[in-house]
Design a protein around this ligand. Sequence first.
Ligand code: ADP
Ligand code: MG
Length: 344
Amino acid sequence: MDEQRTEIASLGEFGLIDHLTKNNETMQAGTLLSVGDDAAVIDQFGKQCVVSTDMLIEGIHFDLMYTPLKHLGYKAVAVNLSDICAMNATPTQILMSIGISNRFSLEAIDEFYEGVYAACRRYNVDLVGGDTSSSQKGFIVSITAIGEVSPNEYVTRSGAKKNDLICVSGDLGGAYVGLQLLEREKRIFLENPGVQPELNDKAYIVGRILKPEPRADIVNWLQEKGIKPTSMIDISDGLSSELLHICKQSGVGCVLYEDKIPMHTETREMAFEFQIDPTLCALSGGEDYELLFTIPQEEYEKIVLNEQVSVIGYITDASEGSHLLTRQGNKHPLKAQGWNAFEG
Ligand code: ADP
Ligand code: MG
C-alpha cells in the first residue's frame, strides 16, 4: 500500500495536467510553443520532420505486477524514440496521451511521469503536449514522437542492395530471457507470496526488458563517420522478423551467420537455464530495441571500428531467399516468428 494516496478526481483533468507539467522545461531551440495551448509549435529549421506514434495498453503490452511505473514511463518514451532513431533521425519532441482508471492515485501517475521526464532529459527531448482521459479499466499510454533529419538523409526499410553488409547494434535476446525470468518470478510469487524474487545477479537482462535505450548514440556515430545506411529498422519483434521486413521491402534476400549474432553472457546463461536455444532468443524474442541496418561493403573498414556494432551477414538477390547459416554450416530458411525457426 502506498504511503499516501491522492485521488486523481480531487484535482480534476486540468488540475492533473497542470500538476504533471508544472516543471516541464523545454530544451530544444525548435520548440517555440509547448504545453498549455491548443497545439504546440515547432520550428524544424529547414530539417525534415519524422513522426511516429505507439500505444501501450495494460495487460497487453505491460504487466504492472513486475513493471515499476517509473520504468514504464521511461520505456514508453524510449521505444518511441527508437522508431525515430530507426529513420536515421534525431528525436526532438514527444506528445504523451494517457488514459487512467480510478485504481491509480496521483502518486502513481507522478511516478510514471518521473520516468517520462527522465527519458526526455536523457535524450534531450521536449514533452510538448498530450491528452488526458479517464479509462474504465487499466492504464493506457499513447506517445507520438517527433524527430528531425537533414533533407533526404532519412533511411527507410527499402534501400538494401545486393552485397550490402547486415549490421546490428548492441546484443540481442536479453529482453526476451529477462521477460521469461520476470514471468517465472511472478508465478512463484503468486504461489508463495512470502518469497521475494532473486534478481540481483540478473541485472543486465532485467534491465534489457524494463529499461531499454533507443540507440541515438549509433545514429550520431554513423552521421559523424559519414556512413549512411542503405536501410534500417529497430528490433522490436526479433531479428528474423525485422530482417525479413528489410528483405521484403527492399526486394532482396540475405545470409545471416548464427555465430556472428551478438549476445551477452548473461543472456546465454539464462537461455541455457530455461533450456532454450540462445540463438532463438535473438531471432524470435523481441523488445531489444537495437538497430538493424545495411551498409555498402565499402564501409566495412569504418564500421568495424565501432565495438557496439556487429556485422552479422550480407544481402543477396531475392531469388536466393533469406537464410540462416548455422554454426555447423547448415542453411535454414529464416522464418518470421516462433520457436520452430530451425525446421525444414
Ligand atoms: P484540449 O482541450 O485543447 O485538447 P487539453 O485540456 O486536453 O486541451 O490540454 C491542455 C494542454 O495540456 C495542451 O497543451 C495539451 O497538449 C497538454 N496536455 C494534456 N494532457 C497532457 C499530458 N498527459 N501530458 C502532457 N501534456 C498534456
Ligand atoms: Mg485534450
